[in-house]
Design a protein around this ligand. Sequence first.
Ligand code: CAA
Length: 380
Amino acid sequence: MDFNLTEEHIMIRDAARDFAKAELLDGVIERDNEQRFPTEQIKKMGELGFLGMMASTEYGGGGMDTLSYVLAMEEISKIDASASVVMSVNNSLVCWGLDTYGSPEQKEKYLTKLTTGESIGAFCLSEPEAGSDATSQKTTAIDKGDHYILNGTKNWITNGGTSDFYLVIAQTDREKKHRGINAFIVEKGWEGFEIGPKEDKLGIRGSDTHSLIFNDVKVPKENRIGEDGFGFKFAMKTLAGGRIGIAAQALGIAAGAYELAKKYSKERKAFGTEIMNHQAIAFKLADMHTQIEAARMLVYKAARDKDNHENYDLSGAMAKLYASQVAMEVTVEAVQVHGGNGFVKEYHVERLMRDAKITQIYEGTSEIQKIVISRAILKE
Ligand code: CAA
């Protein structure tokens, strides 16, 4: 595996790092406390090209590879995982999904706005009774000739209130099971489309998570993505790439916490010396560094597989499973290294620890990743 980064990769990584330090760090604690969406920061991220990195340049995207995207995701996530989930959903679920499977008209109308951050997108698969069991869609889209009528509820939707365009998965023909599912582009403001209350969350509190209610929403046929019945495959293929983005987010959360713990261990003194000189702390840092490096290799490998047009279901699932576990373990240890200060908001690590947890849940729980991994290795 050759992970030598090109000059361009390094430039992108450094630009994301600089942006995160200059624009996201300030106010990140307050946004978390107040559950405030980083509106201005996301706008700037759009202007700088961080919201449509992999999308075609023809539609305003950056035309970059997946490795560039994960490098940027890691850097943004080190500082603000709420901003990075907006970035992840917009890039790898919404823009990638539309760029890869949308019609030229859909791309012209929607993708051009999503790549630049003029509009934000959401990906709406989960339902009150269909989270991990994603084929059990209760939301219906009944074919009425030139349009569909959409009814149902979606849950835990990232960018739920702030989005302009929503990719909604719904059941058109129940008898056909998952082959009767479709994906649609729905616009905010359409009659019958209601945004539910904002969720009060453990972590990524600056991001905007809502339930969505569709009550006889009329969706023009031209807003269906792909052929009739393609919706479940669309969701699965899109999520396979999304999982690489979340793996990069988990990696960034872990790396951010580790960097803070390392710095703190060189400043804080106990028993007459900096705490890094105590093996109890030095060994924690050694473990954290090793875990992060291993997670990074898995994330880069998954990104490379996608860039090389190889199957990335397995490598993406492994990257997400492992990186999210590392994010949890490393952030807990980073709090421990900080001692009492680790429990205090101004030191950032307690937030990173809270933010880490969701990476084991969204875009497929760790248990779902193990289903994907075990099925892939057992059929070999
Ligand atoms: N690519 C293409 N097709 C795929 C696929 C993939 N990666 N994975 C499955 N499929 C296809 C299968 O081939 C099958 O189609 P055919 O019968 O036509 O061959 C169909 O999908 C159904 O597959 P399974 O029989 O394997 O279905 P299953 O019921 O056993 O479920 C699952 C498979 C992997 C568990 C799936 O349900 C799953 O991924 N669940 C988790 C859902 C999830 O990740 N939700 C996250 C919500 S989005 C989110 O979190 C975004 C956010 O806001 C941050």
